[in-house]
Design a protein around this ligand. Structure first.
Ligand code: ADP
Ligand code: MG
Length: 390
């Protein structure tokens, strides 16, 4: 999530246009690497869970099919925090290794004092609650959460292929076929979330990761929300905000379809349709609604983008009577094997390279925090009552 801040300004020092090609040659069948089913990562953890709690977790898993361990009997001490994979507004995500089994995970660490200062308590609690209840091939798995005096921890599967953002910046822009592949997988994930009355609200290339075989994994549920109908909180990333969010008219599922339109445009063009140096300039452009399509755009893609970027949400594709089916039936997706995609049987356009299960080569390099920042802290915990569900 990035809270109305401008898009992360990430320089891409490794501007290798042939990245996709070279990556195809690397062995993609290493044992234990980000097992698509994530089941083995889950079992590795469950082995170290106390007997009674283990049974309870298995029962819970049968109920909601997620891979979530409700009351982990292990904690930070059982993990080693390694490199930073990404940073956000009040925390960072580290590569981490479970000491007992040597398996790799990603650990999202949030500093409680920052979460409180930035008034994100409700969002973080909701992130945890929603992620613990969803299970989908294109959504990152949350295995458990815990906390100490200083931080909140979310243990996620490690998605080794890096951000779609980095792949897009490296490539400049994606071809029509590549864009359709990623979009289709994302459509399936949005369809699933909406069917559970969850809006995602933060669709953008930084929150879309590629798994070991190049399939999409959506991460960052910091703005996701379970809704009845509409909600009024202003959040998201400027370039991706729907007009109704800017106008504070109350917003719901249609905001995700709007953001999908922005995303398709950005993948095909290499830049988003509405941009400016400052957020207010962006908002003005979104409200004016003029889209300049580069000449190379496929005409069906253009048609879909226009239908998604429809200011009047009662006329926006995805929010009409057919719901997500209308999107899937659009001409641009003609011939797409939706079931094949869902089963991850369709070959992905970029196969991320990696040499071993803990390889972080697909992520940008970040300055590492001090060991003190990584540890639990010693100052007492004035905020624990705000995170009783963690
Ligand atoms: N499960 C994961 N595996 C690998 N990298 C991840 C994972 N989750 C997040 N990241 C990296 O960390 C970054 C920040 O995580 P995110 O959840 O988006 O935090 P924020 O809410 O601060 O934006 C992501 O953009 C991504 O690069
Ligand atoms: Mg994010």
């Amino acid at each position: 999530m990035s809270m109305l801040l401008n898009k992360k300004d990430k320089n891409n020092d490794n501007n290798n246009k042939n990245n996709e090609k070279s990556s195809n040659t690397i062995n993609n069948n290493l044992e234990g690497v980000n097992d698509p089913e994530s089941g083995s990562l889950y079992s590795n953890l469950l082995l170290y869970q106390k007997e009674g709690d283990k049974k309870e977790n298995l029962q819970q898993r049968q109920v909601n099919s997620s891979l979530y361990i409700a009351r982990p009997t292990f904690g930070l001490i059982d993990f080693g925090l390694k490199q930073t994979l990404g940073t956000g507004t009040f925390g960072r995500v580290f590569l981490t290794k479970f000491k007992h089994t040597e398996s790799y995970y990603a650990m999202k660490v949030l500093k409680k004092s920052e979460v409180v200062r930035l008034k994100q308590v409700e969002h973080i609690n909701s992130e945890k609650l929603i992620l613990s209840q969803v299970h989908h091939p294109f959504i990152v798995n949350l295995f458990c959460t815990f906390q100490d005096d200083r931080n909140l921890y979310m243990l996620l599967e490690y998605v080794i292929g890096g951000e779609l953002f980095s792949h897009l910046r490296k490539a400049g822009r994606f071809t029509n076929d590549m864009t359709r592949f990623y979009t289709a997988e994302i459509v399936l994930a949005i369809e699933y979330l909406h069917s559970k009355d969850i809006i995602y609200r933060d669709l953008k290339p930084e929150n879309l990761l590629l798994d070991s075989r190049g399939h999409i994994k959506i991460t960052d549920f910091g703005f996701a929300k379970k809704i009845d109908d509409r909600t009024w909180t202003l959040c998201g990333t400027p370039e991706y905000l729907a007009p109704e969010i800017i106008k504070s008219n109350g917003h719901g599922k249609p905001v995700d379809w709007w953001a999908l339109g922005i995303l398709i445009f950005e993948m095909l063009a290499g830049y988003p349709p509405f941009f400016d140096d400052n957020p207010f300039g962006i908002y003005e452009k979104i409200l004016a609604g003029k889209i300049q399509f580069p000449p190379h755009f496929d005409s069906n893609a253009k048609d879909l983008i226009k239908r998604l970027l429809t200011a009047d949400r009662s006329k926006r594709l995805g929010n009409l009577r057919g719901g997500s089916e209308d999107v899937k039936k659009h001409k641009w997706f003609r011939g797409v094997d939706w079931q094949g995609l869902l089963d991850r049987r369709i070959q992905a356009p970029i196969i991320p390279p990696y040499q071993h299960p803990g390889d972080t080569g697909n992520f940008e390099k970040y300055p590492e925090p001090t060991d003190d920042d990584k540890s639990g802290g010693i100052t007492g915990d004035p905020y624990r009552h705000m995170f009783t569900n963690f």
